[in-house]
Design a protein around this ligand. Structure first.
Ligand SMILES: [Ca+2]
Ligand SMILES: [Cu+2]
Length: 352
């Protein structure tokens, strides 16, 4: 049995986090010789050709953990054209009886291992199944405290993304959310696939084009210019939903990138297989890294007690005034047992 429980919600609620930092320039190179698919393409997937590319970014939009840009090579692989949907996840649960992390009561010891020593324990009444749900903040914000808009919600899980009373009945073609990294790995194994590495994900998201700030090129999304399912309006108070969606959108509603992949920007964050190390790229400078699998453990100086798995792609909550992480080099992470209402995944598969 896996040892898992949603510890992140408590850890998050108890830690003070400051997410504001300023970005920093650009390079352009091109190399796309690489591997072509010789086998049959599995249904719902496309071939992402292998090759060398520039991972990370030195662009003015890039956060520190995206820098410095460096050369990486990956082997070719198949990737799901869309995020895994509620319908697909339901088929997995139907076939296997799988129970997600958000549906299990948290274990106190596991929570306490993820917070600074001396942190008071959560209230006993909070040790019930649940997950993190985004709620708009209706007042002025104090700096960057994202604890202000995430609520630990009893009974929130993949079938009830916003908690009891919410339903996915009319969202079967939307990406599944409230799934943990553990849940995503279990789904991939059942499907005969796996999660992408961060390098594979970024190779795929860039669509064969070197060092563009966005998966579609250079146009910056604004409240008027809709390019993906993101946020329009004053974040985090009021999402106007000008792109048609206040939360998740059905997969594949916006234009695909150069490899035919949909929603590589926005809609939901996507789990990757790697541990998240915010300072990783500094150690790669001057080397050509081949098929990196990520570091052996996570490292985020702002969240030292939490083991973090990487996520990519940004979500329906991203806005140009706040995080602008709907870019191919943007990175974030969560503990492997935590689900959130804006995090899902897609799978990859090796050739042959
Ligand atoms: Ca939207
Ligand atoms: Cu964002």
């Amino acid at each position: 049995m896996k040892s898992t429980s949603p510890a992140l919600p408590f850890a998050v609620a108890l830690l003070v986090l400051a997410g504001c930092h300023a970005p920093s320039a650009t390079e352009a190179t091109n190399s796309d010789q690489g591997e072509f698919n010789t086998g049959n393409t599995p249904p719902g997937m496309v071939w992402v050709p292998g090759g060398e590319f520039t991972m990370g970014s030195n662009d003015t939009l890039a956060w520190p953990e995206e820098q410095p840009a460096h050369r990486v090579t990956v082997k070719g692989f198949f990737m799901d054209t869309t995020e895994v949907t509620n319908a697909q996840f339901a088929a997995f649960v139907e076939a296997t009886g799988y129970v997600t992390d958000a549906e299990k009561a948290p274990v106190l010891e596991e929570i306490m291992a993820q917070v600074p020593p001396g942190t008071p324990p959560p209230k006993p009444e909070d040790l019930v199944p649940g997950s993190l749900v985004f709620n708009p903040v209706g007042k002025e914000l104090h700096d960057c405290g994202w604890l202000e808009w995430w609520s630990w919600t009893h009974g929130a899980d993949w079938r009830h993304p916003e908690g009891p009373g919410s339903s996915i009945a009319d969202r079967m073609d939307h990406p599944v959310v409230q799934v943990s990294w553990n849940d995503a790995v279990a789904y991939c194994a059942w499907a005969g696939k796996r999660l992408p590495t961060e390098a594979e994900w970024e190779r795929a998201a860039r669509g064969g084009v070197e060092q563009q700030p966005f998966v579609w090129g250079t146009e910056k999304p604004t409240d008027e210019l809709v390019k993906c399912n993101s946020w329009q309006g004053p974040f985090p108070r009021e999402n106007s939903g000008k792109d048609g969606y206040v939360r998740t959108a059905p997969v594949g509603r916006f234009a695909p990138n150069g490899f035919g992949l949909y929603d590589m920007a926005g809609n939901v964050w996507e789990w990757c297989s790697d541990w998240l190390d915010m300072t990783l790229y500094a150690r790669r400078v001057g080397q050509l890294v081949t098929d990196p699998q990520g570091p052996s453990k996570s490292n985020d100086p702002d969240r030292p007690y939490e083991p973090l798995r990487a996520q990519r792609g940004g979500s329906f909550l991203c806005h140009d005034t706040y995080c602008w992480r709907y870019r191919p080099s943007a990175r974030q992470g969560s503990t492997p047992d935590s689900g959130m209402s804006h995090v899902g995944f897609r799978c990859v598969k090796d050739s042959q």
